[in-house]
Design a protein around this ligand. Structure first.
Ligand code: ADE
Length: 343
């Protein structure tokens, strides 16, 4: 393992391989840096650049922004999304003019107190504008640190988040804070990508826990899946002389427009529904094993009931009797086909 610290390697790497020509790197003006950090909160660098340039042409100073009607700010933001960022930026400009004499404060807590600025954004502004020594922890940096320190768990989890902040603080160098902070961002945006990280190009891979243990694909941990709501339904397989009854589903809702089986909500209704809704008389009723099906938002358990029937009245509209072999090749939901194939 290299004897140099994480920060020393990252700083050296940033100087050689990092980004140095981004528009907001041209100046240390706190206002322009603040605008860039807000735009970069939820938007990629390449998308931000033209918006950033246009925004600063129209509002070159915090006073110009504070004076402008909100409408004009929103117009320039149009297309970037997350418009609360624009509203907060405008509101914060007015606070800066009214209570800070038109200067972005250089105290972390005061920057953080402005509308729309969290701890990491406040830190980035203070680092890039004033060279102050603060830790950042945006989405990309969380990934870099979770991998480097082998922090398991989902970073959205409060405990994991706190742990990552502690690592972010403990790895901070005494000097070169600007290159260091930019280096973390550059590493996170490129080499330490979520998918297919290029570890062989990483300056800190020698002691990166995820790299050494082969865990880069597992870290950071994904958002835990919440238990899906359970729903259940009963489906009737009405059989007569080798044929089965299919019913067309309503165009809306799950499986809209597909062919399916009649559904009931209570097994005791089976005989009555056969008679009243489908014009058949049940001769033999037999429960089949349930079939589970997963949707993105819920789990469905289907309890099939097989009913041998005798036709006794007019066929219900929207239904068709098909030989089992033809029925399974109709446009059916997958679990319904599975039930039919088990017959
Ligand atoms: N993402 C957030 N802040 C950034 C910056 N200053 N440079 C590049 N990407 C960033």
């Amino acid at each position: 393992m290299s004897g140099r610290t994480f920060a020393a390697r990252l700083v050296a790497w940033q100087k050689r391989h990092g980004r140095h020509d981004l528009p907001w790197q041209r100046s240390r003006d706190a206002y322009t840096i603040w605008v860039s950090e807000i735009m970069l909160q939820q938007t990629q660098v390449t998308t931000v650049i033209p918006y950033y340039e246009r925004f600063l042409r129209r509002f070159p100073t915090v006073r110009a922004l504070a004076r402008a009607p909100l409408e004009d700010v929103l117009t320039l933001w149009s297309g970037l999304g997350y418009y609360s960022r624009a509203r907060n930026l405008h509101q914060a400009a007015r606070v800066i003019v009214d209570t800070h004499g038109g200067r972005i404060p250089d105290v972390l807590e005061m920057v953080e107190a402005l509308p729309g600025i969290g701890r990491s954004t406040a830190a980035a502004i203070c680092v890039f504008a004033y060279g102050s020594r603060h830790a950042i922890l945006d989405g990309n940096v969380k990934r870099v640190l979770a991998r480097y320190r082998g922090v398991r768990g989902y970073p959205g989890d409060a405990r994991v988040h706190q742990q990552l902040w502690r690592h972010a603080e403990s790895l901070l160098p005494a000097r070169h804070i600007v290159n260091y902070t930019q280096g973390l961002m550059d590493l996170g945006a490129g080499v330490c990508a979520r998918n297919h990280p290029q570890c062989e190009q990483c300056p800190v891979c020698a002691d990166c826990v995820a790299h050494v243990k082969g865990l880069t694909g597992k870290l950071p941990g994904r958002k835990p899946r919440r238990a899906l709501p359970q729903r259940s339904t009963i489906m009737l397989l009405l059989q007569n002389a080798g044929e089965i009854l299919l019913e067309r589903r309503a165009p809306q809702g799950i499986w809209g427009g597909l062919w399916s089986l009649p559904e009931i909500s209570n097994a005791r209704e089976a005989r009555r529904v056969c008679r009243e809704r489908y014009g058949v008389t049940a001769i033999e009723v037999k429960k089949l094993p349930p079939v589970a099906h997963g949707f993105t938002h819920f789990k469905l358990t289907i309890e099939p009931i097989c009913v041998r029937v005798k036709k006794s009245a007019a066929q219900a509209p929207g239904t068709v009797w098909l030989a089992l072999a033809d029925a399974v090749s109709a446009a059916l939901p997958a679990p319904v086909r599975k039930i039919m194939l088990s017959l």
